[in-house]
Design a protein. Structure first.
Length: 434
């Protein structure tokens, strides 16, 4: 169904007399092994605010995206899917004038909800950070949860379950102090179509930042009474996202359009195509994010708790933010550009004298750190103050036989050091020189 035809149909439905006493069952039947072709488009118009030398600056932040994929439901729980397999024909987004796409080798993607969090990964191997962000689009697994699952009449309304609200709004959690209410209403009915309008306000958290989402009353879905499927969605929301540990302030208006139709299972999602899909929770080796140095000198893999906040003066900066929004530590990776450091003691001396760093007592040196690729690794750890702020710092110098050296520095508040656990060593172990 084209957007033009669907829009005409929605207009016609809106003109239907809502006085009919007929009741209809709005529920998607037999989710497991159902298969759909989905087309999603997104248009975002917003502004980002940030602090620069004590002043607040605001810049436009616009984005557009298109996704076309076949999706097969592998597991379901109640009214929503828990795990699906997708084969992407198109996955692209333009953000701030830069276009992102998905590698053809990774067109098979598994979307799996684990502990209320939707994780998308490829059985072919780790995704790049931009690919992961590209796949964090509208949550089609939660889509059937917008329906009441019961028979309703024109004019009847129902509240959407909190878990569905959280999924569709893309939040890590909902504000426990605020009553979340997203309401759907059966607005119009014909012999084979039902029109449902959606509106509400949601407050929650994403990457440690407070988020307020207003769902405009112009949002609506179209349900096909013959196929028992949602076939179209027009979703409009306004976001107010506060600054978080890894994200700036954002105010944006978002329009999402979805077209969806039932299809036979394509070969790309058939039995043999899915042989490599793991059972159970997604394995860590597939959910990690791959980063390659723009100059091709090294690469590393990070867990999704590490948020990439960009590069500054040749340094890649990461922030460790848990699913609950706790900011545990920062990590900075940068090729060592000074004279080659050829001993652990020389590295200790360099780190002890880092500008802006004042440590408490002597630092601890470890020159026997093992690395999976056999690289030489020195580690220096100490408590102190970074730019006057109390901190605990662990610095690693990784070097190979060719003379390449990479400095990886972790900085955590003193009360969060134990929470870091082995995440520092895991990140260091993933480094590979090229």
């Amino acid at each position: 169904m084209s957007l033009r035809v669907a829009s005409t149909l929605l207009t016609a439905l809106a003109l239907v007399n809502g006085a009919s006493a007929q009741s209809v069952l709005l529920k998607e039947e037999t989710l497991v092994d159902s298969c759909h072709r989905v087309k999603l488009t997104l248009d975002l118009r917003g502004k980002v605010s940030f602090q620069n030398q004590g002043k607040t600056e605001t810049v436009e932040h616009n984005a557009a995206a298109e996704h076309v994929f076949a999706e097969r439901v592998l597991e379901a729980k109640g009214a929503v899917a828990e795990k699906t397999a997708r084969h992407y024909e198109i996955a692209k987004a333009t953000i701030a004038g830069q276009t992102r796409t998905l590698r053809a080798t990774h067109s098979l993607v598994i979307a799996h909800r684990v502990k209320d969090q939707l994780i998308s990964y490829s059985p072919k191997g780790p995704l790049f950070g931009e690919e992961m962000e590209l796949l964090e689009h509208f949550d089609t697994l939660s889509l059937p949860g917008l329906l009441p699952g019961t028979a309703v009449k024109v004019g009847d309304s129902w509240n959407v379950a909190p878990a569905v609200v959280q999924g569709i709004c893309g939040l890590d959690g909902l504000d426990a102090q605020t009553k979340q209410q997203v309401t759907c209403t059966l607005t119009a009915l014909t012999d084979d179509r039902a029109l449902v309008t959606i509106q509400g306000t949601v407050k929650g958290i994403q990457l440690g930042a407070s988020v307020s989402v207003h769902i405009d009353a112009k949002s609506q879905l179209l349900f096909d009474l013959q196929t028992k499927r949602i076939v179209q969605l027009d979703w409009r929301q306004s976001d107010e996202r506060q600054q978080g540990p890894a994200t700036p302030n954002l105010a944006a208006d978002v329009t999402i359009k979805l077209e969806r139709r039932s299809i036979p299972t394509p070969n790309e999602l058939g039995q043999f195509a899915l042989l490599t899909v793991p059972d159970g929770p997604p394995p860590a080796r597939l959910t990690k994010i791959l980063h390659r140095d723009p100059k091709g000198k090294f690469e590393f893999q990070r867990s999704r708790e590490w948020q990439d906040v960009g590069e500054h003066n040749g340094q890649r900066v990461l922030k460790l933010v848990t699913a609950r929004g706790d900011h545990l530590a920062d990590a900075v990776l940068a090729p060592w550009t000074g004279p080659k450091i050829d001993s652990a003691q020389a590295f200790k001396l360099v780190m002890d004298e880092t500008p802006g760093w004042k440590q408490d007592g002597d630092s601890q040196l470890d020159d026997a750190v093992k690395h999976p690729h056999g690289y030489t690794v020195y580690r220096v750890a100490a408590a102190g103050k970074m730019e006057g702020v109390p901190a605990f710092r662990m610095a690693y110098l990784i070097g190979n036989a060719s003379g390449q050296q990479l400095l990886v520095t972790f900085i955590a508040p003193p009360n969060q050091v134990n929470s870091l656990e082995t995440r520092d060593q895991t990140l260091v172990d993933s480094v590979e020189f090229k």
